[in-house]
Design a protein around this ligand. Sequence first.
Ligand code: TXA
Ligand code: MG
Length: 397
Amino acid sequence: MPDRNHQPADDALAAAQRAERDARRKASTEASASAPRGSDAERDQTPLQAGGRAESEATRGAVPDAAQIEHAAALLDAGELVAFPTETVYGLGGDAESPEAVARIYAAKGRPANHPVIVHLAPHGDPQYWVEHLPADAQRLIDAFWPGPLTLILKRAAHIPAAVSGGQDSVGLRCPSHPVAQALLDAFSARRGGHGGVAAPSANRFGHVSPTTAQHVRDEFGSAIHVLDGGASDVGIESTIVDLSRGFPALLRPGHVTPQDIADVLGEMPRLSDGSDASAPRASGTLKAHYAPRTPLALLPFDALERVLSAAQVAGERVALVARASRAGRWADTDGVHFVAAPEDPHAYARDLYGLLRALDRADVARILIEKLPDTIEWIAVNDRLGRAAAAFEARE
Ligand code: TXA
Ligand code: MG
């Protein structure tokens, strides 16, 4: 029986990743067994959110202290940018009501200025302040999923500068559950009479993989951006986005909160956008080619992996092969193949995905081959990100 856990001695990255993962799992088990739950919203979280939150606290290195949070809030107050952890991915934050700060975010990311940015609110922030009108459905979703990985698109209040929504008449709102994000949002909001919001896209250069650790952010921007370190993000992929600005719920981006979770609250399934709706809001997360590593990536049905692998070996190409552990027991690392046994569970897969793509970018492989995952609703968010990453290379060919 092949050893699925086999790692060559020189593969420090993968080994480090595995060690980190094991430590996180252990901490998660310990923390979720003992962690006290505070608010009602916290008690209502799914096990992954709740356990994940505790996990990140338990494994964080130096937790930013009150003075560091105040310093970061003061930077935001002065129109500067601060990268901060959330439970999904790290965000690159600026004052949402300052068109200059928002312009700085676009410039740092190299992102087109007509793309809207999500506004992050403190746990006690008032969504009403930001919108023309808060529909009953929005309040239901807020009650069910905030704080947490759900963004709502709503009609923007007239006094909120259009820059934050790329000139559109809507605004994206989200209240993150990560304690460091909450502390920062609280401190910034307090400086604005309780109404401050932080505009933050993912803290990566436009089109690249989102960061799930402070080091990933440093890898993207060097020392140019001030980063608060809150450990590894637990959810690992960007928030679910639901558009409620057009009279019916529409899913703009799948994430940890699933279409079924939303249907359970609203009593109807959100419409799934297929990219053909011209009236749909522009959203860079909905671009076909996005979230890509630098190394060419291809998604292949399990049955095709063996053939493509042999061809690569004949061509003398060193490739990375990512497949769920249970399906790929017969493979192990060899000279030409860097094998990664991926998690079986969609949430764990999502949590590890971006860190893995970044690690593979540094693993000296010519191509990344990934086993196509089941086309089922539980894999919708992971399939969405993998599909876009692969599309980035299809588009270039
Ligand atoms: O999990 C997340 O959502 C992370 C963390 C940092 O909160 N943020 C994030 O931001 O993924 P970003 O900018 O990388 O992706 C946000 C998506 C974009 O596709 C953006 O265009 C869309 O949300 N969005 C924001 N405001 C919008 C609006 N008013 N209308 C339509 N789409 C909007
Ligand atoms: Mg992004």
